[in-house]
Design a protein around this ligand. Sequence first.
Ligand SMILES: Cc1cc2nc3c(=O)[nH]c(=O)nc-3n(C[C@H](O)[C@H](O)[C@H](O)COP(=O)(O)OP(=O)(O)OC[C@H]3O[C@@H](n4cnc5c(N)ncnc54)[C@H](O)[C@@H]3O)c2cc1C
Length: 338
Amino acid sequence: MNPVSFTDRETLWKDMLGGAAADWDVIVIGGGITGAGILREAVRLGYRSLLIEQRDFAWGSSSRSSKMVHGGLRYLAAGQFSLTRHALQEREKLIREAPRLVQRLGYYFPLYRGQWPPRLAAGALFWLYDRLAGIRDHRRVGNAELARQFNGLDTDGLNGAFYYTDAVTDDARLTLRVLQESVRQGASLRNYTRANRLLREQGRVCGLLAEDLESGQQATLRARVVINATGAWADRLGNAALAGMKIRPQRGSHLVVSADRFPVSSAIFLLHPADGRRLFVYPWEGRTVIGTTDIRHGRDLDTAASMTAAELRYLLAAAERLFPGDPPKPADVISSWS
Ligand SMILES: Cc1cc2nc3c(=O)[nH]c(=O)nc-3n(C[C@H](O)[C@H](O)[C@H](O)COP(=O)(O)OP(=O)(O)OC[C@H]3O[C@@H](n4cnc5c(N)ncnc54)[C@H](O)[C@@H]3O)c2cc1C
């Protein structure tokens, strides 16, 4: 078992500077869900493994997603069967193994008259989605059930819906859980520690220069394998695998509305009246969430992403389309994340 752990970051830093924690089998850069998953796998395989994160763990997209643990209806519709099957099997495994963290959620997929997908195609899609997951939750529902489930829903133009299930989580908690499991198995990790530069020997990456962002001190760390799991920041480290490529960050914003004001007990898809994009309204942590936008994030990546007033208007307009009688208003918005 590795002597340094989650709880003693000061000792770990001293050992990094002093040399006792300067050599690793695997160093993972980036403390989001990708880095956490890689760390857990590396330590499970018996490698002496370290993860460093420049902010707090899950500071990036891994705390700002839509929180869905899904197989990906979109992938299935695009014919990516094995990817969808794999994601669905992982979803089922997570629901079984982490029931308090990953919970099944009912979704309603409304069918609009004259719009894609037609009823038969949608039925086949949901049948296959369930089958690949090894469950049988989907069913067709009429407008009356939709109106009962969603108070104030405008069913005009609707031809019922398909009900099916996926799952929802707290993405940041899920990341922390995977990190904690890694630590329990002997991995080390340190937040507020940034990889400033990759070190190379004979053209191969052999380590990195890490900076403790509290003190500004730098330590040279060496590793047999360095893994860049920095998500939207991935092209900053001079990664040879990304040579000539540039990451173009996208932003998706979500609104949080009081459930007293706008209650939903299941998720429902809606079509945005302006551009026909599909969005969701769904329950999360006792609140109602409306999301998401999908726009180019042209801002500084080192500042936490946030929603603009235009995105707020866009999301509220989508809710108004589905719930025209008494839609949520700006004053009903408790919070947002992007
Ligand atoms: C709007 C939106 C909604 C989404 N919804 C879903 C969903 O519902 N379900 C789903 O499964 N997926 C969803 N996704 C995708 C999912 O969020 C991402 O695939 C996932 O979070 C990516 O994780 P990551 O670890 O690769 O990146 P991140 O979580 O961004 O982690 C990268 C980390 O690297 C750190 N870092 C960067 N540079 C350095 C450095 N030099 N040194 C140290 N650390 C560094 C960053 O601070 C960051 O914490 C969504 C994505 C978006 C944008």
